[in-house]
Design a protein around this ligand. Structure first.
Ligand code: DX5
Ligand code: ZN
Length: 217
């Protein structure tokens, strides 16, 4: 299992100064940042697109973990890869060519990830486990930061971690939504290794201390 990795979500950062929010992440020594892309259809909210990601890329060397919450993610893989995404994750729920899109992400030089909403059973992504770099289990219904952690997702995390162990795979197992030190520890015990944190990271006045505490969960 990978050591615990805290991945701040810029959704909770300062959207008038996104580069400054990304810089805080680098300053406390964290290698990854999570970028939430919403289309107003798959989720009832909008964020930003590849132009913003490309502008951020000019100011940051961080690993860009790009979470696409889109009805038609296959249309936007190339623009986000060109913009400087390091990893692109796509949801299993909409109907499109999942297999082809996961392959395309890697062909464009990015890592790939598959994401499940709280209402989607682990079995839905089981066939893809050998073909992804990351599985993201949503621990809230996606669309907004600041929601409460869904403890009922813990068995799903444990199930996916079991499959990973049984098959000798090493994809990252990421959780996203309502993550703080306490809920991350619960997810860690269930087998997660990669922890997206928006409100809890950008809400603290002492991000370096928060990151240090996270490394020990
Ligand atoms: C929710 C997004 C999350 C969000 C998490 O739709 O996918 O990445 O930033 O925010 P918190 O950590 O505040 O729950
Ligand atoms: Zn996200």
């Amino acid at each position: 299992m990978h050591p615990p990795l805290l991945v701040p979500s810029i959704l909770a950062g300062d959207h008038a100064h996104l580069a400054a929010s990304a810089a805080v992440v680098g300053r406390v020594g964290l290698p990854w940042i999570h970028l939430d892309i919403m289309d107003g259809h798959f989720v009832p909210n909008l964020t930003f697109g590849p132009g913003t990601v490309a502008a951020l890329r000019k100011t940051s060397k961080l690993f860009f973990d790009v979470h696409l919450m889109l009805d038609e993610p296959q249309r936007y893989i190339e623009p986000f890869a060109t913009a400087g995404a390091s990893l692109i994750s796509i949801h299993i729920e909409p109907a499109y060519d999942h297999a082809g899109t996961l392959v395309r992400i890697r062909q464009l030089g990015c890592q790939n990830g598959i994401v499940l909403n709280p209402g989607t059973p682990a079995e839905a992504i089981e066939p893809w486990l050998g073909r992804v770099d990351l599985v993201l289990v949503m621990t809230v219904q996606p669309g907004f930061g600041g929601q409460s952690f869904r403890r009922d997702m813990l068995p799903k995390i444990a199930q996916i971690a079991d499959w990973r162990r049984a098959r000798g795979l090493d994809f990252r197992l990421e959780v996203d939504g309502g993550i703080d030190l306490a809920t991350a520890a619960e997810c860690r015990a269930a087998g997660a290794d990669t922890f997206v944190a928006g409100t809890s990271f950008f809400g603290t006045k002492t991000p370096a201390r928060f990151a240090a505490a996270f490394a020990k969960i």
